[in-house]
Design a protein around this ligand. Sequence first.
Ligand code: IPE
Ligand code: MG
Length: 225
Amino acid sequence: MDGNGRWARARGLPRIRGHQAGVEALRDIVTACAEWDIPYVTLYSFSTENWARPRAEVDFLMGLLQRYLRHELDVLQKNNVRLLTIGSSEQMPEPVRRDLAAAMQSTAGNTGLTLTLALSYGSRAEIVEAVRALAREAAAGVVCPDDIDENMVAARLQTSGTPDPDLLIRTSGEMRISNFLLWQIAYTELWVTPTYWPDFRRAELLRALEDYAGRERRFGKVEAP
Ligand code: IPE
Ligand code: MG
């Protein structure tokens, strides 16, 4: 979800207005995904690098997340959405953690869209944690180093239980991954749009999905005869 700041600047508004407008896009996209029976959506909401932003902006984003969790909970429930998070949640402020825990608990039984918010998330840190877990298991003699395979690594990532993404959408035209799901996107299809996140609505999501549907995914193999 990139481009909130530029959306605001283009309108002569403070950056936080871009973040506010971004919530409108979030609501539309989440509702559309639920209505269209998309089983998993993962949103890069706040990276580990985002902590280095001015204190006032970080505080605003944390407050915005809390308001989202409180105001949108009934929308999530109505749409049968299950909420999860990935990232270093222990770094989030205590009140935000409480609201996240409450929202996850009350949506845990929902069977529709799984909405994962990546919060204080960094993919390399996630991989390092998985490596540490495997090293501990090896040191304890539970795992033989030569037996370690891709499935065992994937199972120790925070995304275990969620399939690898089919499609990655990046808004605001940036041609980079920015430490997002590096392991998981090995064969993910990419869609980059110049649209700033606050302007990204279901009509454009539909265009991205239609484009994706027309692609041939070979996973490194040759096309089927
Ligand atoms: C994305 O928009 C929102 C968050 C990272 C929370 P940005 O704030 O990165 O917007 P730009 O990149 O400055 O336009
Ligand atoms: Mg940005």
